[in-house]
Design a protein around this ligand. Structure first.
Ligand code: SAM
Length: 309
């Protein structure tokens, strides 16, 4: 089958679910992934005949896209922070808001004198800053709560290779993907499979008793918000990653705030992605800390909380 024929099939078969520009974008994503043709190359190759195997892949993709399955799950991977990450139906698809949370964490850590390692994965990352104040040489200890596909600990370990990074998740299936991603990026991370809400953090659980950084993007959608969530999200991404397990949408944040007294080091920092509707309530939980700030994402929604002990 010619590529041009596949393109017409994409338009015809997916028009009920997606707009024309969305279909164009999806078509070019699959061409890039399966045929290694970028948008410009694609324009000059529309007359090319595909092998039966490649044609079959595209037809399969069309039938999966028609069901509303996210393209990242069909491909089994997503780009995040300029890096490739594996994923499947057991993990949340990485979101741009979480990239913003990581940018904030990396900036604050650099500002506190922790040195970043510049590395390249097709894009330019911040290089170690020679102007920064005296470098903090102490071993940085980081904990990620609800790690999912492991995007947060992998990106942090890439930037702070000397850090000791631990990551907890309740889902053994999610942790399999997280470990695959840690291997893909040659990062050493301590993964812990436990229910965070029912664990007491102590030396039985991790090698570390105290962390300098606690970071989390926990499930923060309240049960009452269930009806507002798009079916393509609810139907394909794990409910355990999306919804708070009780009617209290802040249950993870309450535990983090309470426990920080014991497991966050002096001057330690907390970075949290939050439910945009619960900005002030979430901030309130951290009012006894020396700094607590509510920050907006690029769309202007309350999305992150930064806390300093
Ligand atoms: C919103 S997802 C975030 C995943 C990933 N950190 C990201 O930003 O893409 C929340 C994660 O928390 C995990 N989780 C849910 N309940 C948990 C619990 N009680 N203890 C530990 N992890 C939990 C889910 O399995 C899911 O991977």
């Amino acid at each position: 089958m010619k590529i041009s024929k596949i393109k017409i099939l994409f338009q015809n078969e997916l028009s009920k679910r997606y707009s024309k520009p969305e279909i164009e974008e999806l078509f070019s994503i699959f061409c890039e992934h399966d045929l290694e043709l970028n948008k410009v190359e694609l324009r000059f190759n529309l007359d090319k005949d595909l092998s039966d195997v490649d044609s079959e892949k595209f037809l399969e993709a069309i039938s999966e896209l028609k069901t509303g399955k996210p393209f990242q799950q069909i491909l089994g991977e997503a780009q995040f922070f300029g890096m490739k990450f594996f994923l499947n139906e057991h993990v949340l698809i990485p979101r741009p808001e979480t990239e913003e949370l990581l940018e904030l964490a990396i900036d604050k850590l650099r500002g506190s004198g922790f040195k970043t390692q510049g590395f390249s994965n097709g894009i330019t990352f911040p290089q170690p800053d020679t102007q920064q104040p005296e470098t903090n040489n102490r071993q940085l200890k980081i904990l990620d709560i609800g790690t999912g596909s492991g995007i947060i600990p992998v990106v942090l370990k890439k930037h702070f290779p000397y850090a000791e990074v631990s990551a907890i998740d309740i889902s053994p299936d999610a942790l399999k993907i997280a470990k695959k991603n840690a291997d893909l990026h040659h990062t050493e991370i301590q993964f812990i499979q436990k229910d965070y809400l029912n664990e007491i953090f102590d030396s039985n659980l991790t090698e570390n008793k105290v962390f300098d950084i606690i970071i989390s993007n926990p499930p923060y959608i309240g049960i009452d918000e269930n009806v507002e969530i798009d079916d393509s999200v609810k139907g394909f991404e794990p409910n355990i990653a999306l919804f708070s397990p009780t009617s209290d949408a802040l249950i993870f944040y309450r535990k983090i705030a309470k426990e920080a007294d014991r497991i966050l080091s002096e001057n330690g920092m907390i970075f949290l992605e939050i439910n945009q509707k619960l900005g002030s309530e979430t901030l309130e939980l951290f009012r006894d800390f020396s700094e607590a700030e509510l920050l907006k994402d690029i769309s202007g929604n309350d999305r992150m909380i930064f806390v300093k002990k």
